[in-house]
Design a protein around this ligand. Structure first.
Ligand SMILES: [Zn+2]
Ligand SMILES: [Zn+2]
Length: 159
């Protein structure tokens, strides 16, 4: 067991098992803050990357009533989060996207190249796993995708 400090609130300490060192939020914050509050609208990767903005947003959301000063700040930070730069997970270029797109970890070019060929056959989650595998294998990603499509022809033809 290793004791870690929660990235959301460093007064929270929590224990992780060997091999779970990647966990950055205490279980309580993971469920209450990420899953229940922001998880529906933001992918984990973006949430962690912009966690300081989310902390500000969260603090303001607790103060908000009809006080217009807070509302203006709240909108401002919300806009910052939404227009924040992201790094494409396939090619590494930075890009901007709208907030309701579930493939937000890809730039437009990689979306066309890697996501579209899989879109009709696999779920959003499956595609993320497939692309992450291709990326982690290194080498020519387009060739790897084509090989994957070849190997899964049967599944693709069933649709
Ligand atoms: Zn916590
Ligand atoms: Zn890209």
């Amino acid at each position: 067991m290793i004791t870690k400090k929660c990235l959301w609130d460093d007064t929270h300490e929590f224990e992780v098992k060997d091999g779970e060192e990647y966990k950055v939020l205490c279980p309580k914050c993971y469920y209450n803050i990420y899953i229940n509050t922001y998880g529906e609208r933001y992918v984990w990767y973006d949430f962690i990357r912009n966690i300081n903005l989310f902390k500000k947003l969260h603090a303001l959301s607790e103060l908000i009533d009809d006080n217009s000063d807070f509302n203006v700040n709240y909108d401002f930070i919300n806009k910052q989060i939404q227009s924040v730069e992201k790094k494409c997970r396939m090619c590494g270029k930075t890009f901007h996207t709208g907030k309701d797109e579930d493939f937000r970890y890809l730039c437009k070019a990689c979306y066309k190249k890697f996501y579209l060929p899989l879109k009709d056959y696999f779920s959003v989650k499956e595609i993320e796993v497939i692309l992450t595998t291709i990326k982690n294998d290194g080498g020519d990603m387009v060739a790897a995708l084509n090989t994957f499509l070849q190997n899964n022809k049967e599944k693709l033809n069933q649709h």
